[in-house]
Design a protein around this ligand. Structure first.
Ligand SMILES: C[C@H](C(=O)O)C(=O)SCCNC(=O)CCNC(=O)[C@H](O)C(C)(C)COP(=O)(O)OP(=O)(O)OC[C@H]1O[C@@H](n2cnc3c(N)ncnc32)[C@H](O)[C@@H]1OP(=O)(O)O
Length: 555
């Protein structure tokens, strides 16, 4: 790109910047030097066609001309344990301490669409997240938290749609219509088959449910993001950065194809697709990964899927620091790891961020550890001045080269996935890759390779294979007692006794009727939830219709 074109780009950026709302008017270094909102080349730079300016295609440098001068990222700490009341208290603590949004962690029975009193739930209720059995639990979870004023993320994929319905019903009971809700539901079933392994049904009925949800939200809940396409679980299962990038974006393309196959307008539904990435410990590689992700997504959405609006081309993402990088040995050092990873996410332009607690490798975070994790973000946001300049590493020879390299790696993987399918679509390739165990074995190979390097000492972790002597004291960790399960089951039994069983049975039967045919499942599911049908009952009714899915055994 020649100097004239670069100057034209700079003027477009300037006009956008001037017209946008900023958080302040003076942005300086700690010692008082004025800083520009963005930096670019002084003259000719052939890389500029790929890099561009913040706020314009291909969005390598961020979605907004103002970067974090317009708005800083959302501090969104993932939290949930015990019952809805206990978690509600933690949310109030997070919001009181400056958290900007909420993020619900559900317990294992809920994630698998089982009630707390299901025999399979024994010993798991409230352990890795909060137990939610019915809309009444959702009411308690957000008691005193106005759902019309806050964005809430809910991390659940197998039973995402019934949980969404409970959220909508809890909002209705607060007097907030569905159309006013803003937030995110994970829903990403591809990554369940690929990495996390928490599905309910075979891919086909799951994709039908997701299509129903996309359709429902595009029509009536416009600000809501019904899908958060996740690379986090893929990376945490052991993938490389390039695999995380490529598998996640490929999954995203699969959901775009799903929307298109339902006859939806890409400019209407694509803004509802958001992303979720891992921020691992290799600082520059992670920054490059985030920048490459935005660029690839914008290009594919525009050139392959025909999106015309910026919002449909935007890749918005949440980041969580890498759980797998934390160590049980010398756990206080985890604060340092998390800080470095969080800074990478911020320099990569994350829209929302969770910082892990130092004890998360041992248990769910204690209140003190959760506070330190939150304060870590606040130190970065308030003290370091990194929020003054958009994409501050843009133009770095190293970061730009890594961004290009990751993009090229991802493109090669996309081609492989497409080739695996029957019809050249990404969806067909993904489904084939799932069926053949291709994704799982690619990730396993990468994880094995890393582990071998760690054991040979080629990769180093402080406290694990380097600098192991320590004056560690045991940490006090959060324990969820079994009385939580007993109490949850007592309350559930009482609710079942009090509700109108005829209404529940009728609503479930109506929902099954739609499941058997072709209508949208969200409205009848909402009715079942309003009648106080439980999560397990709703999912069991669908299991009765669609069966369950078992992964083909592979050696
Ligand atoms: C590991 C664990 C497990 O499985 O156990 C998990 O999965 S935990 C998984 C946890 N997952 C999550 O927490 C997912 C969180 N995801 C999200 O919150 C969303 O999907 C998100 C990534 C799009 C972030 O949404 P958000 O509301 O926090 O932030 P946004 O970036 O959308 O910003 C909010 C509004 O401010 C606007 N805005 C932002 N920055 C600017 C700026 N500089 N100038 C002008 N406007 C701006 C945005 O356009 C938007 O408005 P407008 O809307 O009008 O455009």
């Amino acid at each position: 790109m020649d100097a004239e074109e670069i100057e034209a780009g700079r003027s477009r950026w300037q006009a956008r910047f001037d017209g946008a709302v900023k958080r302040g008017s003076e942005f300086r270094t700690l010692s008082g030097l004025d800083v520009e909102p963005v930096y670019g080349p002084g003259g000719d730079d052939p890389r500029m066609a790929r890099i561009g300016w913040p706020g314009e295609y291909p969005f390598t440098r961020g979605l907004h001309a103002t970067g974090y001068r317009g708005r800083t990222w959302t501090i969104r700490q993932f939290a949930g344990f015990g019952n809805a009341r206990q978690t509600n208290e933690r949310y109030k603590m997070i919001l009181g301490a400056g958290g900007g949004g909420l993020s619900v962690a559900f317990d294992m029975p809920t994630l698998m669409g089982r009630d707390s009193d299901d025999p399979r739930s024994l010993g798991e209720v409230g352990h890795c997240g909060v137990a939610i059995d019915s809309a009444l639990d959702m009411d308690l979870l957000f008691d005193g938290i106005p759902l019309g004023d806050i964005t809430t993320s809910m991390t659940i994929s197998g039973p995402a749609v019934p949980i969404f319905c409970m959220y909508v019903v809890a909002a209705e009971r607060q007097g907030v219509p569905a159309g006013k809700l803003n937030g995110t539901l994970q829903t990403d079933i591809f990554k369940e088959y690929i990495a996390q392994k928490e599905w309910l049904f075979a891919p086909e009925p799951h994709l039908r449910l997701i299509g129903d949800l996309m359709e429902f939200c595009a029509a009536g809940v416009p600000a809501y993001k019904p899908l958060s396409v996740s690379g986090y679980h893929i990376r945490e299962a052991g993938s490389t950065a390039a695999q995380e990038l490529a598998f996640t974006l490929a999954d995203g393309f699969g959901y775009v194809e799903l929307g298109l196959s339902r006859g939806l307008d890409v400019d209407a539904f694509a803004p509802g697709l958001s992303f979720f990435f891992d921020a691992h410990i290799d600082f520059f590689e992670e920054i490059a990964k985030f920048r490459a992700a935005r660029r690839i997504w914008a290009r594919w959405l525009r050139d392959v899927y025909g999106a015309r609006t910026d919002r449909a081309q935007w890749l918005r993402f949440h980041t969580q620091t890498a759980g797998v990088s934390l160590t049980a040995q010398q756990p206080h050092n985890n604060v340092v790891r998390t800080t470095v990873e969080a800074l990478a996410a911020v320099l990569g332009g994350t829209n929302s961020l969770h910082t892990n607690a130092l004890d998360e490798v041992l248990a769910l975070p204690s209140e003190k550890a959760a506070e330190i994790a939150l304060r870590t973000q606040q130190v970065i946001m308030e003290e370091t001045e990194v929020v003054n300049v958009a994409d501050p590493l843009g133009g770095s020879w190293y970061v730009e080269a890594l961004t290009d390299r990751l993009e090229a790696e991802a493109e090669a993987i996309f081609a492989k996935i497409r080739d695996m399918g029957r019809d050249g679509s990404m969806t067909s390739g993904i489904l084939r890759g799932i069926e053949d165990g291709w994704f799982t074995s690619e990730i396993a190979e990468a994880a094995f390779d890393y582990q071998r390097k760690l054991e040979k000492g080629e990769k180093r972790i402080v406290g694990v294979n380097r600098h192991t002597a320590s004056v560690d004291e045991p940490l006090e960790i959060l324990r969820v007692g079994h009385e939580v399960e007993r109490e949850q089951n007592r309350v559930l039994a009482a609710r079942r006794a009090e509700r109108d069983q005829g209404a529940v049975d009728g609503a479930l039967a109506a929902m099954v009727q739609v499941a058997r045919g072709e209508g949208n499942l969200v409205p009848p599911m909402l009715d079942a939830v309003r009648a106080e049908a439980t999560l397990g009952e709703i999912c069991d009714a669908l299991r009765g219709e669609w069966g369950v899915y078992s992964e083909p055994a592979r050696f």
